[in-house]
Write a protein that binds this ligand. Structure first.
Ligand code: FAD
Length: 445
């Protein structure tokens, strides 16, 4: 038994964990009766990959094939995005979609159907998956794709590990000329301004905004908008970069070596951080060329940054509301959050494009993600926010969730019932794949 948690360190559980190096070993792990869940790299925030018996996929991490012409990569599901970048960026290829950390596995990217700053242009990760092999409860392997065993594919992408264990996947990388991003940042002084800015940014490949969720009144929603494009060789002015456009120098790694005491992060320290961050960007538009790590993964530069929230842990409240409800809805929800004074210094706003997958989180609309240290007050606030999100026709992201109830899930995921029935049918009576989350939100009993 081992103490284990996902990224928010809430909940922390005692679990029986084992890994596997081959499909045969995994088959043997699945033989004993009882429930299991796949655990990738534990970068979901709550309890989506937690269960009293967990199968760790990280050792199953080989590259299987790569087509230099089409960019199609096939690898085992325990490969990290960072491992793909290390090998393929120097060869001129990048991920089709990446979340805000590269420390996640391919299995986790597909099971949560992750999104990135380019969702409005390129959709979610699952939309780039050409095919995958998944091991079912009795050890058989199903190959599925948008055209082969399409129904099974549909419930596995965004299916949070409940249809089986993804063994390997093939997906297309995108060509790049350099390892750099041409970045533009600008300040928006309130919510209307940042929403105008998003709506005028649809021709940029990457866009995202950081919101000061503690600013109130006329300044509510003040933000820094960041947009980006992969830099071409011509965009590089620095000679060292020009001579090796696809190579990056090793960056400095910082670490939070211990879990900080709960009082280290309080409303005052958060407010100070937000004010400093906002004022760091001067008024006007600023352009620069940055390496891809700085643009996509600023948080990965600090190992174990989740420890700053202390032993109580934290959760990320990420919701999306449809674009039509956008301005009014976001204003009302943000006001509720700023009034509570509980919001943290990491609030990320993004405008998603259209998406109609079976269980995936994104829909055309605005998504906001905020970290909250775990507290009774925060839990009370979430109940109020849940009701507002549901009323505006939105939903919460399962990869970030640790506390939504079954009623909220049912109300906000239109295919919840069909998904539950499909998973029950696949389990043929005895539930095999289940997580603490799937039980809490009523997908598995
Ligand atoms: C700093 C940070 C930033 C983030 N930014 C974003 C973002 O911008 N966009 C976004 O979409 N997400 C984001 N995330 C969330 C993260 O991308 C997802 O939670 C992702 O699923 C984590 O992958 P993992 O490999 O760590 O899997 P885990 O967290 O271990 O598991 C996640 C889910 O995938 C399932 N799973 C894992 N491997 C397999 C497998 N082989 N077969 C079947 N099921 C499997 C698990 O059972 C679980 O349900 C962020 C997380 C962090 C910590």
């Amino acid at each position: 038994m081992r103490k284990i948690a996902d990224w928010g360190n809430y909940p922390v559980i005692e679990a029986d964990v084992s890994g596997f190096d081959t499909a045969d070993q995994l088959r043997r792990e699945l033989e004993p009766p009882g429930e299991v869940i796949a655990f990738g790299n534990g970068r979901s925030y709550g309890d989506a990959s937690l269960q009293k018996r967990m199968l760790l996929t990280r050792r199953f991490n080989k590259f299987l094939s790569f087509n230099e012409e089409t960019g199609e990569l096939c690898c085992q599901a325990g490969v990290l995005l960072s491992e793909i970048l290390d090998v393929f960026v120097p060869r001129g290829w990048f991920l089709p979609v990446t979340p805000g950390t590269k420390q996640i596995t391919i299995g986790g990217a597909i099971a949560a159907d992750v999104h990135g700053k380019n969702h409005h242009v390129d959709g979610s990760f699952g939309q780039h998956v050409v095919s995958m092999d998944v091991m079912r409860n009795e050890g058989s392997i199903i190959t599925c794709s948008p055209t082969e065993n399409a129904d099974f594919f549909k419930i596995t992408v965004g299916g949070m590990g409940l249809s089986g264990i993804i063994l390997s996947a093939a997906f297309k990388l995108r060509r790049i000329e350099t390892a750099y991003i041409r970045e533009e940042t600008r300040r928006a002084s309130n919510l209307d301004e940042i929403m105008d800015s998003f709506e005028a940014s649809t021709d940029w490949t990457y866009s995202v905004a950081w919101i000061d969720c503690l600013a109130k009144g006329d300044a509510m929603g003040r933000s820094i908008m960041t947009r980006g494009e992969h830099a071409t060789a011509g965009d590089l002015v620095n000679q060292a970069r020009q001579s090796a456009p696809l190579k990056l120098k090793k960056g400095l790694k910082l670490d939070v070596p211990i879990t900080l005491p709960n009082f280290a992060l309080n409303p005052l320290s958060m407010k100070a951080f937000n004010v400093l961050y906002y004022n760091k960007t001067r008024p006007g538009t600023h352009q620069r060329v940055v390496d891809y790590n700085g643009f996509f993964y600023p948080l990965d530069a600090i190992d174990n940054w989740n420890r700053i929230y202390g032993k109580r842990g934290f959760t990320q409240y990420q919701f999306v509301i449809p674009k039509e409800a956008g301005r009014d809805g976001m204003r009302a929800i943000l006001k509720r959050i700023t009034d509570s004074g509980l919001g943290s210094f990491l609030a990320v706003l993004k405008l998603f494009g259209e998406q109609e997958s079976f269980m995936s989180f994104p829909m055309a609309g605005y998504t906001l993600a905020l970290d909250f240290p775990i507290s009774v007050k925060a839990m009370e606030l979430f109940k109020v926010l849940d009701a507002m999100v549901a009323d505006y026709g939105g939903r919460l992201y399962l990869a970030k969730d640790s506390r939504m109830n079954a009623e909220m899930f049912e109300k906000t995921y239109p295919n919840a019932d069909e998904f539950r029935q499909a998973i029950a049918m696949l389990n043929e009576g005895e539930t095999k794949f289940a997580s603490l989350q799937s039980k809490r939100i009523g997908i598995t009993s």
